[in-house]
Structure formats: structure tokens, C-alpha cells
Design a protein around this ligand. Structure first.
Ligand SMILES: NC(=O)c1ccc[n+]([C@@H]2O[C@H](COP(=O)([O-])OP(=O)(O)OC[C@H]3O[C@@H](n4cnc5c(N)ncnc54)[C@H](OP(=O)(O)O)[C@@H]3O)[C@@H](O)[C@H]2O)c1
Length: 271
């Protein structure tokens, strides 16, 4: 039996991943999250040990470490899926709070988990899987700044860590999902409507953008592909350094343009 520590296990994608891993019978999963009712549900699954943890608090992560130590002294994998989103202009509303909060959870929280559990990964000759997003490599879109910059930071963190840990023989793998229907997509809609109601500068523009954003969010990628990708990244003898899954077609088309071309599309399209 292998051991993995999985953050974001109480989220839309996390629940699907840890449930699938539970079924394989190959893994004991330390399923980390805050939501107590989801943690209770997860407890009913075989090979799942739910742990309440706030990844922004070192004390909370240290407590989780102590719990894990009562089961095993080594880990075969850490999977970082905890993450928040926000939709806001960078120059209005609660944008600074959003930037701070998203960096705290999406980036610093990930770094804290990997730092705290690293010795167990080293002893177990394990691997680290970090969840980025298509927003971490695609040309940045307007009004998703806090999320995008956090995911670009996840990419930079991941790649720097990978090149550091290659000297120690520990693979560091990033997953770059497109859009999947979870709490995160609902949150985007919620924050979008909030931005529309509070904006001074962008009301007309945001209302013009809404149908395209809704179309992108409604792509309804099949999350089973994402789950299979995570299992592949976990179990493959020679994992790839990154896995892209469910990439948005419309957004991918923008990648074909030079930067000035992307600006021109945004300007023309939503004028
Ligand atoms: N869904 C998508 O379309 C999509 C696309 C690209 C990338 N991703 C990435 O995939 C990952 C999972 O997203 P999801 O769609 O499953 O979102 P979700 O349903 O909103 O789940 C988010 C998870 O993060 C956890 N979390 C948030 N703050 C935390 C904190 N301070 N401490 C510990 N855990 C915390 C939540 O735990 P609690 O609820 O228990 O607090 C929850 O388990 C995220 O990193 C996200 O950026 C998602």
C-alpha cells in the first residue's frame, strides 16, 4: 500500500480524485480539507483518512503532519489541489485582498505543504504533484488577474522546485486543467456578478464579455479525464513533467496570436 497526502480533497475535483484512488486499492490517502461534512463523507470510503487542515496556517499543517506520522514515516506522493479563485478588476473593489488571499492559499499554502512533508517524500522516494491551471500558461485574460497571477506563480514555483529536486531524484509534476464544473466555476459566476454590480469603469464591457465567459465555463469537460490524468501522474514509472487536460478551445486559439494580436482581439471584440 502506498501513502499520499492530498490537499483540496474536499473540493469538486479533489473528491473525484480521492474517491477514484480509494477504489484502486493501491493507495491510502490522507484527504486534507476544511469542510467537515465532506470530510465525514470521505471517511466512509476505504483507504481514506480525512484530515482537517488549513494550508495557510503552519500550526494546522504541523498538526496534520503529526496525524500522518501516526500512520507512516514515509509518503509516496503529495498532491496539491487546494485552491481558490476570484473574478475582479485589478484596480477596483477588493482586488488587493483577493491577490493576497489567492497567493496565500494557491501558492504559499502549496509551498508550505511541500516544505512540511518533504522529508517524508524524500524517505519514501515519492513524488510531488502540483495543480496549476490553463490560466498558469495561457496568455492572461482581463479581470481574472488575482487567479491568473497565482497560477503563474504556481508554475514558477513548480518549475523551480522540479529543477531543485531533480538533484535528489524526486519528480515534481504539474497538472494544468482546463475548465471543470465545480464550486470554483460557480464562484467565478458569483464574483463576476459582484464585479458588474460594483464597477465604476467596466459595466458595459463586463456585460458584453459575460456570454463568452459563460460559454468557456460551460464547456463541461468530463472530469473523468482529469481523474485519470492525476492517477497517471501518480502511478506512471516515468511521469511527464506536466499534464494538460481539458484545455479550452477558444482560449487555445488566442495562443496562436502574438501578444499585440491578443490585445487587438480583446479591444475589437468587446469595444
Ligand atoms: N474547476 C476548474 O475548472 C479548475 C480549472 C483549472 C484548475 N483548477 C484547480 O483545481 C484545484 C481544485 O479546484 P476545484 O475545482 O476542485 O475547486 P473547489 O471545488 O472550490 O475546491 C477547492 C479546494 O481547495 C480547498 N481549500 C481552499 N482553501 C483552503 C485552505 N486555506 N486550506 C485547505 N484547503 C483549502 C477547499 O477546501 P474546503 O472547501 O474544505 O475549504 C477545497 O477542497 C484548484 O487548485 C484549482 O485552481 C480547477
Amino acid at each position: 500500500m502506498k501513502y499520499a497526502f492530498f490537499t483540496g480533497a474536499t473540493g469538486g475535483l479533489g473528491v473525484l480524485c480521492v474517491s477514484a484512488l480509494s477504489k484502486t486499492g493501491n493507495w491510502t490517502i490522507f484527504a486534507a480539507g476544511n469542510n467537515e461534512s465532506v470530510l465525514k463523507q470521505l471517511e466512509k470510503l476505504p483507504n481514506i483518512i480525512p484530515i482537517k487542515v488549513d494550508i495557510t496556517k503552519q500550526e494546522s499543517v504541523d498538526n496534520a503532519y503529526e496525524v500522518v506520522q501516526t500512520y507512516t514515516s514515509t509518503l509516496d506522493a503529495i498532491i496539491n489541489f487546494a485552491g481558490l479563485t476570484y473574478f475582479t478588476s485589478l484596480i477596483e473593489g477588493e482586488s488587493i485582498n483577493a491577490v493576497e488571499r489567492l497567493l496565500d492559499v494557491n501558492v504559499v499554502g502549496m509551498a508550505r505543504i511541500n516544505r512540511t512533508f518533504f522529508e517524508m517524500i524524500y524517505k519514501g522516494k515519492g513524488r510531488i504533484i502540483n495543480c496549476s491551471s490553463e490560466s498558469g500558461w495561457m496568455t492572461p485574460q482581463p479581470f481574472a488577474g488575482p487567479y491568473i497571477l497565482s497560477k503563474y506563480a504556481v508554475e514558477a514555483y513548480n518549475d523551480s522546485l522540479r529543477r531543485e529536486l531533480l538533484y535528489l531524484g524526486i519528480p515534481v509534476i504539474k497538472i494544468q486543467p482546463g475548465s471543470y464544473e465545480t464550486n470554483i466555476t460557480q464562484q467565478v459566476n458569483h464574483f463576476f456578478d459582484k464585479a458588474v454590480s460594483e464597477t465604476t469603469y467596466y459595466k458595459e464591457l463586463l456585460l458584453k464579455m459575460k456570454p463568452m465567459m459563460t460559454m468557456e465555463l460551460n464547456q463541461k469537460n468530463d472530469p473523468r479525464h482529469l481523474v485519470n490524468t492525476v492517477i497517471k501522474a501518480l502511478e506512471s514509472k516515468n511521469p511527464k513533467m506536466k499534464y494538460r487536460v481539458g484545455t479550452g478551445k477558444l482560449l487555445a486559439m488566442l495562443e496562436l496570436l502574438p501578444e499585440w494580436g491578443v490585445d487587438a482581439v480583446y479591444k475589437r471584440f468587446f469595444r
